[in-house]
Design a protein around this ligand. Structure first.
Ligand code: ZN
Ligand code: ZN
Length: 308
């Protein structure tokens, strides 16, 4: 009798273990990080009526907006992007001649799940961002890299227009169905460096349109609708008018450091604004939670306000 009871208990436990859903079974299957290169907070979310980003303004009702989000490392393109992909602030070269030192979230995720190369993608208007696909850490160098589509035809080929990046991104999403994607738009940074205020503002408006196109594609696709998390952020801001003005960036002034994050996804809260400060390196740590892998090389914290 006692033996019989023990067997029943064992079988019941086994059944419970097999059928119990993991506590963190998220609906998210795809993660897309969109990086708008170098828009200053004062012309994007900090502009009183947010007139240059109407689509993101609308989208914010469906997600969580972080109003005090910062790049606390080097405020240049490559270090800003590598903070997002590796969770580590590093003073790495900004012209595409040096790799990050730490593995990216793409590499760590691919290793954990043995996913193919084209399940993770870096799609960028700036060719130099191809360096995000690898790192110098000897345990990770040349291993588990994501696929890349950067600039006209990879490192050294030059920047391409964001219109090409937007249509390329939709083609890749449609044909490869990757699970982890980073998309870089070179505007508004590109026009700002030419001291072209109108081009800078229209760059902010154009990227807002491309984000809307991507969002409409996602919502209209059975592959992505209601199972895709979107993180919209920046690599860096630009100098305040009092510290050199919009044409350049690269120091620790509030204009360069302050960026933004809007996150939308099936597992996230809706219509929430978070005023507590958070930073770029928190993005990969949060994605690792969402996609169920450990990311111990990253120094960020989880963006816990996202989760409902
Ligand atoms: Zn720049
Ligand atoms: Zn500055």
């Amino acid at each position: 009798m006692r033996f019989y009871t023990l067997i029943c208990l064992f079988l019941a436990l086994l059944f419970f273990k097999c059928t119990k859903k993991p506590l963190n079974a998220y609906k998210t299957e795809h993660v897309i990080i969109i990086v708008i290169d170098g828009s200053r907070y004062s012309e994007s979310w900090g502009e009183p009526t947010q007139q240059f980003i109407p689509h993101q303004k609308n989208l914010s009702a469906q997600g969580v907006f972080y109003s005090n989000f910062y790049n606390n490392g080097e405020t240049y393109t490559v270090p800003g992007h590598s903070a997002i992909t590796t969770g580590v602030y590093e003073n790495i070269d900004n012209n595409g001649t040096a790799l990050p030192g730490s593995p990216s979230l793409f590499q760590v995720w691919r290793k954990k799940y043995k996913n193919p190369e084209n399940s993770a993608y870096i799609i960028a208007s700036k060719d130099k961002l191809e360096v995000l696909d690898n790192c110098t850490n000897p345990f990770w160098n040349n291993k588990y890299q994501p696929q890349t589509n950067c600039g006209w035809s990879g490192l050294g080929s030059g920047y391409r227009p964001d219109s090409v990046t937007a249509s390329t991104a939709i083609n890749i999403l449609e044909n490869n169905t990757p699970n982890m994607v980073l998309i870089n738009f070179r505007q508004p940074d590109f026009s700002a460096h030419q001291n072209d205020w109108n081009g800078y503002i229209s760059g902010i408006q154009q990227t807002d349109n491309y984000i809307n196109q991507l969002w409409e594609y996602i919502q209209g696709s059975t592959k992505y609708a209601n199972k895709t998390a979107l993180f919209i952020t920046n690599d860096h801001g630009r100098h305040l008018d009092s510290t050199g003005g919009f044409a350049y960036h690269g120091d620790d002034c509030e204009g360069c450091r302050r960026v933004s994050l809007l996150a939308i996804g099936p597992d996230f809260n809706q219509g929430v604004v978070v005023d507590e400060p958070h930073e770029l390196i928190d993005i990969p740590t949060t994605i690792s939670k969402l996609m169920h892998f450990k990311f111990s090389s990253g120094n960020g914290k989880e963006l816990s306000e996202l989760f409902n």
